[in-house]
Design a protein around this ligand. Structure first.
Ligand SMILES: [Zn+2]
Length: 304
């Protein structure tokens, strides 16, 4: 049973928007691709685990803090023991020398086992402090079939893509009835999940400097045109109802500029390609609350 499902991180969502609307620096662009791949890997892992998840309490994407140290967990499967999974979508050939990991070109990368061991040790202390006595077992899972690791010692807690079916079977064999303790633990961990604010890590951008237009929901480019009721992407051919497209653009505006006031004119300018303001006003009225009067009229999220 999934207790917390996976969502794209704010950082990934925003970088994806920015990538479509400005030129990211090589460093920001490679960070963006890294996050995009990471998410793809986690989604692949979730697909593999769909059946297995039924026997566990599954908590995805946890950001926790123990003793002022933040750590992130890709997936926790809670039953009589806790399985911690660190998921990687590495592609290509890598090799290990001692404790160090390298790409096939000899560039050293961060040892992913260290990251996992650190998370495991912090989680162990946290679980103990919460008053639970339950073992934790960690596994590093590589999900990309085009990944190969040379010189990997046999005893590492690693699962390679062709071993995933075996992992599924083993996990299914280990399931036990979920008890109150497990529910309590899942709830406690969930309540300690912290939201990560990405804004400090993002590249600088301004409203004026960003390319305007409605981004495609499929390929995320702003190469779209608008007919009366439909958004059409000239890059990938996707069609979308105009109201859905406008609503998505408004959410985008809110994420990129959380302090900006939402007005019909602003959204009209942001969407760029819509001739009349009618569909914009309609979408805003249906999904947001109108506040203020005269020139100060603007929209806020419902419940604010
Ligand atoms: Zn598209």
């Amino acid at each position: 049973m999934i207790v917390k499902s996976r969502v794209e991180s704010l950082e990934l969502q925003i970088l994806r928007m920015l990538n479509a609307r400005m030129n990211l620096s090589p460093k920001d662009y490679s960070n963006y691709l890294y996050l995009e791949k990471g998410y793809e890997g986690e989604v692949t892992f979730d697909h593999w685990m769909e059946e297995v998840e039924k026997g566990y309490l599954v908590v995805n994407d946890l950001i926790l803090e123990y003793g002022n140290t933040k750590f992130q967990i890709d997936s926790l499967f809670i039953s009589k023991i806790i399985h911690l999974f660190e998921v990687k979508y590495f592609e290509g050939d890598y090799f290990i020398e001692g404790d160090r990991w390298y790409t096939n070109k000899g560039v050293e990368i961060k040892n992913p086992l260290h990251q996992m061991e650190r998370a495991e040790s912090l989680l162990r202390r946290m679980v103990r402090d919460l008053g639970f006595n339950i073992n934790i077992e960690s596994t590093l899972v590589f999900v990309n079939p085009n990944f190969y690791l040379y010189q990997a010692p046999r005893n590492l807690p690693i699962i390679f893509p062709n071993q995933i079916p075996r992992l599924q079977k083993n996990l299914q064999k280990q399931t036990a009835p979920i008890k109150n303790t497990h529910n309590n633990l899942a709830e406690r961990l969930l309540s300690l999940h912290t939201l990560d604010s990405p804004y400090k890590r993002l590249p600088e951008y301004s409203y004026e400097s960003l390319k305007k237009g409605i981004a495609c929901s499929h390929c995320h480019t702003v190469n779209t045109i608008v007919t009366r009721k439909t958004l059409i992407c000239t890059s990938c051919g996707k069609w979308e109802n105009i109201h859905e497209a406008v609503l998505r653009s408004v959410r985008e505006l809110q994420l990129l500029f959380p302090k900006e006031e939402l007005t019909v004119n602003k959204v009209h300018e942001w969407c760029n390609s819509i001739k009349t303001k009618k569909p914009i006003r309609k979408t805003l009225l249906e999904n947001f609350t109108l506040t203020g009067s005269g020139r100060a009229t603007h929209y806020v999220s419902k419940g604010e």
